[in-house]
Design a protein around this ligand. Structure first.
Ligand code: NAD
Length: 269
């Protein structure tokens, strides 16, 4: 079967769990060499385990430590990847976290942590990736685009989220960061898009689906009637990273079972 990402080097940030691990597995199955980023030493074993699954399935790659909110660590990680593999072809800006709080109780540290990882982290990684795409130039034998970036956003780039103002602000920020970069670099044949996941079963939202009661409540928000899985995002990411989407630039692809269709209005006519 044709592999959609053959010979391409893909960095996936936050790849030791959840959606990042799912995207890495989907990319590796399509022939990409994957770099699995993880933030701190404590996450190394989990990243190694994802890499073992990938190599056992015939894929290839490496792990790479860097806290995406720290400029020197991001710069060092990209230099390591270029030294090892020669370049980077695809960046999946996936790392993210939540520090939830009622707004009046929210500390500056909670605000800065979420903006630092979710938004500044995407800025730092996108900047290094685009610098590398421009340095090495087009590689038509690999892909029609000179480079591709996928920003992991959320339905909360458009759905407000009480009690999560820092997270929603970070995802709203990703939307305009992504579109501004897409506008700036489309003429250089660099495609930049976002995925907006709805509710996907991962550690970040475990309490929202861990019990039947919690899952039933969550399903009220999902017209399609099931909670998403990481494979749903992996498939969308493969499409956005491959030449199948060569004419797609500057969009958010919501992968959310219809969560952004305002399902509350279906019974409120
Ligand atoms: P997750 O907690 O499993 O994954 C987040 C990953 O980010 C972890 O591997 C974590 O180690 C990594 N990370 C955290 N801080 C980091 C840092 N400073 N540097 C590098 N990596 C760091 O949760 P997930 O659901 O897989 O989340 C992945 C992305 O998807 C996030 O951006 C999240 O906002 C987004 N998202 C998830 C959902 C969902 O329902 N699960 C919905 C919408 C958006």
């Amino acid at each position: 079967m044709e592999q959609k990402l053959s010979n391409q080097i893909a960095l996936i940030t936050g790849a030791s769990s959840g959606i990042g691990a799912g995207v890495a597995k989907a990319f590796a199955a399509q022939g990409a060499t994957v770099v699995l980023n993880y933030p701190v030493e404590a996450a190394k074993d989990a990243a190694d385990a994802v890499l073992r699954d990938i190599t056992a399935a015939g894929g290839k790659g490496m792990t790479a430590q860097a806290d995406v909110s720290k400029e020197e660590e991001v710069v060092r990680m990209f230099a390591d990847i270029v030294r090892t593999y020669g370049t980077v072809d695809i960046l999946v800006n996936n790392a993210g976290l939540q520090r939830d709080s009622a707004f009046t109780e929210m500390t500056l540290d909670q605000w800065n942590t979420v903006i630092g990882v979710n938004l500044t982290g995407q800025f730092l990684c996108a900047r290094e990736a685009i610098r590398e795409f421009l340095r090495r130039g087009p590689q038509p034998e690999k892909s029609r685009a000179t480079g591709k970036i996928i920003c992991m956003s959320s339905v909360h780039e458009v759905i407000p989220w009480a009690g999560h103002a820092n997270y929603a602000a970070s995802k709203g920020g990703i939307h305009m960061l992504m579109q501004s970069l897409a506008q700036e670099y489309a003429p250089r044949k660099i495609r930049i898009n976002s995925i907006g996941p709805g509710a996907i079963k991962t550690p970040i939202n475990h309490s929202a689906w861990a019990t039947p009661d919690a899952e039933a409540k969550l399903l009220e928000l999902i017209p399609y009637g099931r909670v998403g899985v990481t494979e749903d995002i992996g498939a969308a990411a493969v499409w956005l990273a491959s030449d199948d989407s060569d004419y797609v630039s500057g969009i958010t692809l919501f992968v959310d079972g219809g969560m952004t269709l305002f399902p509350g209005f279906s019974t409120n006519g």
